[in-house]
Design a protein around this ligand. Structure first.
Ligand code: HEM
Length: 166
């Protein structure tokens, strides 16, 4: 349903512009506040932001490539085919694991900063670590899910072929 919207000829370039803006502004803030970050959450915010910048460009670039150059329907099979192709899974397992974890770590750090005047320090910190832990749990559940542990997944041949497999 959502893909009808974001694959629209007008909306897609806007989405890509938004991604580029998000990545550039993120990199700018990482650079601007270099050397001024203290504590795990502030450092983790920069690290997760850097990873998300890499991931977003790579992921959206791969989707655009798949759709407009390889001529594939960029569905879930397209994005997880790498899990079924040797040796690509050495890349894709940590790639998605870190992406999902990084989103939660990033949100947790942002929450920790935004709630600084509303919630006492110790409580705010444990809530932020709780959000990070939710991300870790979700990543750990998601990856075996992509391998079909919750229901058989058969990747169509045209998606495996993009990784040289059959
Ligand atoms: C958990 C692993 C993930 C999987 C399996 C996945 C899968 C997909 C798929 C299948 C599409 C194509 C949708 C379509 O063409 O209709 C897509 C697009 C997209 N994903 Fe993900 N995704 C994952 C994680 C993420 C994360 C963590 C982010 C954000 C940081 C993200 C951001 C995007 C964006 C922005 C697009 C749109 C790209 C475009 O249409 O040009 N994805 N993803």
């Amino acid at each position: 349903m959502l893909h009808r919207f974001h694959r629209h000829a007008l909306f897609e370039p806007l989405l890509f512009l938004f991604i580029v803006f998000q990545v550039c502004s993120g990199l700018y803030f990482v650079w601007k506040r270099r050397g001024q970050r203290h504590g795990f959450l502030e450092k983790a915010q920069a690290a997760s932001g850097l990873y998300l910048a890499f991931f977003l460009l790579n992921h959206a670039g791969a989707v655009l490539f798949g759709r407009h150059i390889a001529g594939l329907d960029t569905n879930i099979y397209y994005c997880i085919a790498g899990f079924y192709a040797h040796p690509c899974y050495f890349f894709f397992v940590p790639y998605y694991f870190l992406a999902v974890t990084a989103i939660f770590v990033h949100l947790a750090s942002e929450f920790h900063w935004l709630a600084r005047n509303q919630i006492a320090d110790a409580r705010r910190t444990s809530m932020a670590y709780g959000i990070c832990a939710m991300g870790l749990v979700l990543s750990v559940v998601l990856l075996p899910g992509f391998y079909g542990i919750f229901g058989e997944i058969v990747i169509p041949a045209e998606y495996l072929e993009t990784f040289g497999g059959r």
